[in-house]
Design a protein around this ligand. Sequence first.
Ligand code: MG
Length: 459
Amino acid sequence: MNPSKYLMAMTAGITAGIAAHAAEKPNIVVLLTDDQGYGDLRCYGNPKVTTPNIDRLASQGTLYTDFYAGAAASTPSRAGLLTGRYAERVGVPDVVDDTSDNGLKADELTIADYLKQHGYATGMFGKWHLGYQPEYMPCRHGFTEFYGLPYSMDMWPFHPAPDHAYRALPLYENEEVVEYNPPVDEMTTRLTDRAVDFIRRKASDDAPFFLYLPYTQPHVPLGVSDKFRGKSGEGLYADVLMEIDWSVGQIVNTIDSLGLGENTLILFTSDNGPWLSYGGHAGTTLGLREGKGTTFEGGQRVPLVARMTGTIPAGKTDSRFFSALDLAPTIIGMADAGMPGKNNNFDGQNVAAILKGEKAEAHKPFFFVYNGKVEAVRDGRYKCVAPHAYRIVTEPGRDGCPGRQIIDGASTGLALFDLEKDPYEKNDISKKKPEITARLHAMIEEFQKEMDKEMQQYK
Ligand code: MG
């Protein structure tokens, strides 16, 4: 795994953006894939996938090797990304579906809320997954335009191994249901068309825009349009990645053709690691330990590529760690879009200096929390893992049907890993470094008390 090697090989064909809007607030574009693994891109070292547009974005911007999703599953991860706060605080500590009565709390502000208050057009096209009841949906959380799904596409009547009878999956246009059970093969193209149209419309207005595009792929059920079916030669999952890559190309080309490259921050990332129990319909971590639903690196370390021409260094690989909890405070800082009040109480921090490739103070410790349980902390190069049970896959799935995963099927004792030397979490060095282990473990226990207080609201 040597991302820089692949970047070096790329030609840095940077489009000279026209600085027409340079003095204005930056446009913000967040492209979020669903369950895409750390190793599912060519620029991250996977030779079997074809992702030229994302690789080019990385060569024109910076690729981050040590970036974490806010949590190891869709709902809490998205809550963290949009609010900059741990999901436990904001109403959605665990995955929600069509039977859940909770959602992102009304008084929690998202990136869209902040930016909208500062004159941004805010469009979201894709999967929400922060509560399906009207009061929880995107248009009540700062988005002026929404087209997409309330939760994951597999939470529908065609689930191959349902745990309950799912109702028909609604597709929304703003607050209206416009279709049920939309075709899975068309989703990436449809979302892309909506996003491109949004950029074009808003570029002709005076207002800056925030585009949030949470793809429904490559989460199961996998779907790909005829344009890409069979094109990768490496199976359906790789075809799906090709189409996502095409989509990124469409969006970046639109931005560049409008001369907005210098005034648009583009972030490409994933919400959590691969869902390994789906076998060939899941992605890869390229050796990182475990996957989705666990707080090991395979569950939470995800790709992040960022580009803002002239602001973010081109063709660089940065190994400083930070997380999706930092994106809200960073974006709001870059857009100078703060609001007074308790909701500025972010768990994340403004990492604009890291994005700009500048010297930055050491990042504060990042806690890996799963449904209220603080399972690990990263501080600098070290990750301390507290004793806990975790999910394992005993039999991988085939052809879109899940195999066998056992929740709490394995357990770990207290461990310490040096992620600079051992990103695979193979060599526990807690016995060699007892002071560091004790210090970090105490931090976990202290933060656990805080999370326990937050979890009281769900009892
Ligand atoms: Mg996900």
